[in-house]
Design a protein around this ligand. Structure first.
Ligand code: MLT
Length: 404
C-alpha cells in the first residue's frame, strides 16, 4: 500500500507567490472594472536584449539542419558556456573558479531547492529571517526541519537568524552551530547587501566549524556600490566551504527562458567526499541538461554587446526602484533596499500586519506587493515591492500609495 511523504503536510497550504496570484485573480474577478498593478513576484517585464535574441535565432537555425542539430545537452552544461562563465564571471573578478566546477541548470530556484539532497537528513540548517521560502520549504519536504510551531511561526529544528533594521538586515553569526547556512545577497526580500569584510567572517566561521554555506547570488548583477562582493569566492577560503547559485533570470530577463548555474568547487569536501562529485552524480541522474538554444542565449549575455545591453536593462529596473523608494519616502513610509537589488522593503504604515497591508493596498490602491510575513516571522509588519514592473505602472502605483 502506498504512503505519502508526510513532510509535505507540514508545509503551508500553498507557495507564497501562488497564494498572492490567487488573491489578485479573485479580486479582479470580483471587480472587473479594476486592473491591479502587480509589484509582487519578482518577474521581469522587459524583452530579452537584442544580443540574446540574435543568439536564440541563430541557435534555432542550427537545430533545423542535420549537420548542426543537437540532441541531449551534456548534463552538466555545454563547455562553451561553462568556460565563458568561468572566465568572465569569476576569473575576471580574481576568483579562481574553473569550468569543471560550474554546473549549468534550468535556474537557481531548482538548484536552491535540490541542493539539500546531497546532504544528510540529520543536518541542521540556518536561514535568515525573513527568507526566500524555497530554502526552508525544500528542507521541510526532505524532513530536515522538525515540526512547525504555529505559535512562533517557525520550524523547530531550523535556526532562524533575525534580519532587522537594527542589524541592517544582515544576520549575526549564530550561537548554535548549523551544518548548512543559507545566505542570499543582495538579499531577497530585503534588498540588503553584505560587505566583503562581513562575508569574510561567515566564510571563516564556516571553515572553522565545518559548516557549508549555500550562497544565493541571483541578484549580484544589481550591485551598484563598491566593496560589495559579487561572488562569495571573492572571500579567502570560500572554496572549501561554499556553494554558490547564480541565475540568468533577473540578470538578463530569462525568467521565461530558464537558465542558471551552480558553482561547487573541487576543494569543497564533507567527510572527505567531494560535494562536486555528488552534485554531478545527482545532475547526471535527474537532469538532461538545459536546452542548447538557451545555453547559446546565455553565452550571448557575456558578449561585449550582450553585457552592455543587459547592464542598461538593469539600470532601467533600478530606475524603477528609485522611483518607488523616493515615492515611499515622500509619502512618509520607511523603506530600504532598491540600490543594489531590485526589491524595496518597507515598513507597513499604522502598525498594520503585512497581510492587512496587502489587502488594504489591493483594495484601495489596486496595487499588489508581497507581505513580509510570507518570508518569515521577522518579516511581519514589512512589505516587499519589486522594481521589475513597467515604468508607467510603477509611477502610477507609487502615486496611488501616496494617496492612501
Ligand atoms: C521572488 O519574487 O522572490 C522571485 O521572483 C521568486 C523566484 O525567483 O523564484
Amino acid at each position: 500500500m502506498a504512503s505519502i511523504n508526510r513532510n509535505y503536510l507540514k508545509l503551508q497550504g500553498s507557495y507564497l507567490f501562488s497564494k498572492i496570484g490567487r488573491k489578485i485573480r479573485e479580486y479582479e474577478a470580483a471587480h472587473p472594472d479594476k486592473k491591479v498593478i502587480r509589484l509582487g513576484i519578482g518577474d521581469v517585464t522587459q524583452p530579452l536584449v537584442p544580443a540574446v535574441i540574435e543568439a536564440l535565432h541563430s541557435a534555432v537555425d542550427e537545430m533545423a539542419h542535420k549537420e548542426t542539430f543537437r540532441g541531449y545537452a551534456p548534463d552538466l552544461g555545454y563547455s562553451f558556456l561553462r568556460e565563458t562563465i568561468a572566465e568572465k564571471d569569476f576569473k575576471a573578478r580574481g576568483c579562481d573558479i574553473d569550468a569543471d566546477e560550474i554546473f549549468v541548470s534550468d535556474g537557481a530556484k531548482s538548484d536552491c531547492g535540490n541542493i539539500q539532497e546531497i546532504f544528510g537528513t540529520d543536518n541542521t540548517i540556518a536561514v535568515c529571517d525573513p527568507v526566500y521560502p524555497v530554502y526552508v520549504d525544500s528542507n521541510v519536504m526532505a524532513g530536515r526541519t522538525g515540526e512547525y510551531d504555529p505559535a512562533l511561526d517557525c520550524f523547530k529544528n531550523v535556526i532562524y537568524m533575525p534580519c532587522t533594521g537594527e542589524n541592517a538586515f544582515t544576520p549575526a553569526l549564530p550561537s548554535e552551530t548549523p551544518d548548512l547556512i543559507y545566505l542570499c545577497f543582495p538579499n531577497n526580500p530585503t534588498g540588503a547587501v553584505m560587505s566583503r569584510d562581513k562575508l569574510q567572517k561567515w566564510v571563516d566561521y564556516a571553515n572553522e566549524h565545518g559548516s557549508v554555506i549555500l550562497y544565493d547570488a541571483a541578484y549580484e548583477a544589481f550591485i551598484t556600490e563598491e566593496g560589495i562582493p559579487h561572488s562569495i569566492y571573492e572571500c579567502e577560503g570560500a572554496k572549501t566551504c561554499a556553494i554558490e547559485f547564480r541565475s540568468f533570470s533577473k540578470t538578463a530577463g530569462f525568467t521565461g527562458l530558464r537558465l542558471g548555474f551552480t558553482v561547487v568547487p573541487a576543494d569543497l569536501k564533507v567527510d572527505g567526499v567531494a560535494l562536486r562529485d555528488l552534485w554531478a552524480r545527482r545532475h547526471g541522474t535527474k537532469f538532461n541538461g538545459a536546452p542548447y538554444i538557451v545555453q547559446r542565449a546565455g553565452e550571448a549575455v557575456y558578449s561585449d554587446e550582450g553585457r552592455k545591453q543587459v547592464k542598461e536593462q538593469i539600470a532601467w529596473y533600478l530606475g524603477n526602484a528609485k522611483i518607488i523608494l523616493n515615492g515611499l519616502k515622500t509619502a512618509g513610509i520607511e523603506a530600504c533596499g532598491g540600490v543594489n537589488a531590485p526589491y524595496i522593503w518597507l515598513k507597513t504604515p499604522k502598525e498594520m500586519t503585512s497581510w492587512e497591508f496587502f489587502d488594504h493596498l489591493l483594495e484601495h490602491a489596486n496595487v499588489a506587493g508581497t507581505p513580509g510575513s510570507g518570508f518569515g516571522p521577522h518579516g511581519e509588519h514589512y512589505f516587499r515591492l519589486t522594481a521589475f514592473g513597467e515604468r508607467e505602472a510603477t509611477k502610477e502605483a507609487v502615486r496611488r500609495i501616496g494617496l492612501l
